[in-house]
Design a protein. Structure first.
Length: 355
């Protein structure tokens, strides 16, 4: 089986003309009766060897962390970061292995962030809320710099998402450090950060609406990050799990989920629906319990929501076509609702290579 990355690499190597690759993708999409852009392809595994190598990498990282921690916690984190970069020079830069590259990126950025955080916590073990916010700011800044350096060297598509997460944490830390009284508004800050990440993801998406290059892979991971940053604070601010919802808030949760579904259809990304699923299930179950059907609340909730999601998946394209038709010229920049043949080659150097 050939992956999207294999086809892109064949184009880069001159083995396959871009027009032939596009025609091949169109043909496969037509056989599946769905647009290629609708598949949300991302490379996670190139084979079982990815799993084998990832297990070995995790064992090495755990060993490095434990051995380094015997000296100092920050040393253990630094060893993890250093080993992750060294391993990435082979498994990412040379072997282009998908899952190991993702794991090594996360362990590198996490290791750098943990190094600063542990070093600061060791230096100032007893601190107030403002000092903790400052420590969060410095550790997040280190993580953002680490993600930027990793992207410059390896360009793994998940890296901008890791950097965006660090920037959101950095921004929140700065706000809490500057205004300690704003601690109660942390959920709102995270929600605003999620909205910013969503806009950033759309910037990548709009640059490649047919989703044929690495930019679409980057957008996928950014949307995967933005979804929980938007969904969880939104429903927390509504107090979804704060007790009995009541009819009013339960209906509001359902309406919000419908709004999220509309956004997911328009941008052709499903992450927002998945991140909100637990809340809409809880709201639906609460509504059913108010009718007195307590014993069947979970079963009926699963039946209703499951059927709705399956129907949405089956009729995704017709519904999406109807929504795009209402957007007018703005829809031209979004992923097409039906496969459109094109002989245009993707910009040089933008082909998906990893993950």
């Amino acid at each position: 089986m050939y992956s999207e990355s294999d086809i892109d690499q064949a184009i880069e190597a001159g083995v396959m003309p871009a027009a032939v690759a596009t025609a091949f993708r169109d043909h496969v999409a037509a056989l599946r009766a769905t647009p290629a852009v609708d598949e949300e392809h991302f490379r996670f595994l190139t084979g079982f060897n990815d799993i084998f190598v990832t297990i070995a990498i995790l064992l090495l990282l755990v060993a490095a962390a434990q051995i380094g921690t015997l000296i100092n916690g920050a040393i253990g984190a630094l060893l993890v970061a250093s080993l992750s970069w060294a391993l990435a020079l082979y498994f990412t830069a040379r072997r282009r292995m998908a899952l190991p590259s993702i794991v090594l990126l996360i362990s590198f950025v996490g290791g750098v962030t943990a190094t600063i955080a542990i070093a600061l916590a060791t230096r100032w073990p007893a601190t107030g809320d403002q000092q903790q916010a400052g420590m969060l700011t410095l550790a997040s800044a280190a993580g953002a710099v680490a993600a930027w350096a990793h992207w410059r060297r390896f360009q793994v598509p998940i890296t901008p998402a890791a950097g965006a997460a660090a920037v959101v944490a950095l921004s929140t830390g700065v706000l809490l450090w500057a205004v300690p009284a704003a601690r109660s508004a942390t959920s709102l800050f995270v929600l605003l950060g999620g909205a910013a990440v969503f806009v950033y993801a759309m910037r990548w998406d709009l640059s490649d609406p047919r989703r044929e290059t690495r930019r679409a892979d980057v957008a996928f991971w950014l949307h995967l990050l933005a979804a929980p940053l938007i969904a969880h604070p939104t429903f927390q601010l509504l107090g979804v799990f704060g007790g009995d919802l009541g009819w009013g808030r339960a209906l509001l949760v359902l309406l919000l989920y419908i709004a999220f579904a509309a956004i997911a259809l328009i941008v052709d990304r499903r992450a927002l629906l998945v991140s909100s699923l637990a809340y809409v299930l809880y709201a639906m179950a609460s509504l059913i319990r108010t009718t007195g059907v307590v014993e069947l609340s979970i079963g009926l909730t699963a039946l209703v929501i499951g059927s709705a999601l399956l129907s949405l998946s089956a009729f995704w394209q017709p519904i999406r076509s109807a929504l795009l038709a209402r957007l007018g010229p703005a829809a031209d920049r979004l992923p097409p609702a039906r496969q459109q043949r094109s002989d245009m080659a993707p910009p040089p150097g933008d082909s998906a290579t990893i993950a």
